[in-house]
Structure formats: structure tokens, C-alpha cells
Design a protein around this ligand. Structure first.
Ligand code: SF4
Ligand code: SF4
Length: 156
């Protein structure tokens, strides 16, 4: 079976926009198990290599355990001088996008086996609970096709 891909996302956005989906979602009435079921199904059926928009548009938050694999990949650089900065919230993030570890020709991560924890968890819907980040869901509808299609499926 063909997986959903980034082109499907672009075509679908013409039928129902991310803004319209945001209007229809209601934080206080989110059915968490239904949202989880939609995410699990969509996540399995989407081809992330056709997309890589998360790596192109936003930086993961980086934690101390993430620094070593990144530094190993850039042995001649002080990564805190060239690649990583502290953002307004006080989090370590990459200075620029696309991510310096993205192979833009094929959407692959150069440190895939040791990628940052935030990258592995993106789009943060693997374990939906009452504490899940609703604001991140809304923000990611227009960036991440999995979040977009999950929301469309949830609202259907
Ligand atoms: S997680 Fe979302 S934004 Fe990232 S590659 Fe997969 S579909 Fe694209
Ligand atoms: S470290 Fe890898 S998975 Fe994370 S944003 Fe960069 S390219 Fe993407």
C-alpha cells in the first residue's frame, strides 16, 4: 500500500486549510483516546522521508546528552560557537534551519541512530495524555503533515 506523502499534504491543504482545522478543534473537549487512535494510524501510514519539514522549519530543543553525537559529526568546530544557541525560553536550539544535520537531498538525518530526544519524540503525540501540549499541536498543524492528517481524521 502506498504511504501518504508530502504531496498529499499540499493537495489536502487546498481542500481544508490548517486555519480551518484550528477553528474546529476545541481544547476542552479533546477526546484523548480518539486523538491517539488517529495519530497511531496516520503516523504508521506517512512517509516522513518525503517531507522532513520538521528538520527544515523548526529546531528541536537540545539536551546535554544530545551534544556529543552532534559534536562528533563536526569534529573541527566548537558547536556552541557555530551551530547551537540559547533561545528566548532559555532552551538550547540549533541556530539555523534547515537543521545542519539534515541531508537535504534525501531528507535523512546524518545522526539518525543518535538523533536528539526531541526529534525522536516529534510531533509529541506518541503518548497522548491529559498533559499533552495542545499549543504545540495547533502550531504543528501547518508544519507537520502527520499532525495535519491526524487532526483531519480526528474531526471526521
Ligand atoms: S514528523 Fe511530521 S514534519 Fe517531520 S518528517 Fe514526519 S510528517 Fe514531516
Ligand atoms: S538532528 Fe536529525 S532529526 Fe533532528 S532536526 Fe536535525 S536532521 Fe532532523
Amino acid at each position: 500500500m502506498n504511504k501518504l506523502n508530502y504531496d498529499d499534504f499540499i493537495k489536502s491543504k487546498l481542500k481544508i486549510s490548517p486555519e480551518e482545522i484550528e477553528k474546529q478543534l476545541n481544547h476542552t473537549k479533546i477526546n484523548l483516546s480518539k486523538l491517539q487512535a488517529s495519530f497511531d494510524q496516520i503516523e504508521e501510514s506517512f512517509d516522513c522521508l518525503s517531507c522532513a519539514q520538521c528538520c527544515k522549519q523548526i529546531s528541536p530543543i537540545l539536551y546535554p546528552e544530545d551534544f556529543e553525537p552532534i559534536a562528533k559529526h563536526f569534529p573541527k568546530e566548537n558547536i556552541f560557537d557555530t551551530l547551537i544557541e540559547i533561545d528566548q525560553e532559555g532552551d538550547f536550539v540549533f541556530r539555523s534551519q534547515p537543521c545542519p544535520l539534515l541531508e537535504t537531498c534525501n531528507g535523512k538525518c546524518k545522526i539518525y541512530e543518535n538523533k536528539p530526544m526531541s526529534c525522536s519524540d516529534f510531533p509529541h503525540l506518541y503518548n497522548v495524555s491529559e498533559y499533552f501540549d495542545y499549543d504545540a499541536l495547533i502550531q504543528n498543524i501547518s508544519i507537520c503533515p502527520i499532525v495535519y492528517f491526524t487532526s483531519v481524521d480526528y474531526l471526521a
